[in-house]
Design a protein around this ligand. Sequence first.
Ligand code: PGA
Length: 253
Amino acid sequence: MRKKIVAGNWKMNLDYAEGVSLFSEIVNMIRDEQKGTQVAVICAPYIHLNSLAKLGGTTVKIGAQNCHQNESGAFTGEISAKMIQSVGCEYVIIGHSERRQYFAESDALLLEKTNIALKNNLTPIFCIGETLDERNNGSYFDVIKSQLTHGVFALSAADFAKVVLAYEPVWAIGTGLTASSAQAQEVHAFIRNEIAVQYGAEVAENTSILYGGSCNPKNAAELFAQNDIDGGLIGGASLKSRDFADIVKTFNS
Ligand code: PGA
């Protein structure tokens, strides 16, 4: 059975003390909430990872927001998947639209990052999604299919089975514009079908596909109730302990 995941993405926010404080609040609020196949994750800036992994215990798993595509070497300022794993992280976001847009990360590069993450026992949360133009001109299915084909679909079935996908329409990220539950479900069903074509029905059935883009405590329940939506990747609302905890609790309501 596929995992239900609520993953926070703190982006480039919170100094050290602020991060520890927010994280401690979140842990206290959801300590007894996780059930069965449900997982809560916080993807934090690198400086927080070591401390949060120790504070999170079994309640909240920790992820990074990026990793370098090489194992090690002369790449000043970069962080490797092995380093991330070595401080107790279990997840890493790969291919967030902000990385694609501001750091020109290509599908080919993201495939390399996914491979190195998997090699180091990190679960990639691989992001895909269309821009507003692509939504409006109707090419969004093609865009998403292309991101899958040139990104994660180059993996073996065994490796792909370890990947979590996140559908994040770029027009909904940080804008307050959420995809309607019907719009999101339509794309999630499309993605799951593409996985079935590529890897077979069983792999498709077991892949967690998260929704991201202005997800909040008010809209989470309806989004997560959709057949093919297995949780969320939460930006802004993950910076407020009450909001993030309420989104996690949505699974139990
Ligand atoms: P948002 O961000 O929830 O603030 O829209 C989501 C994301 O970028 O992962």
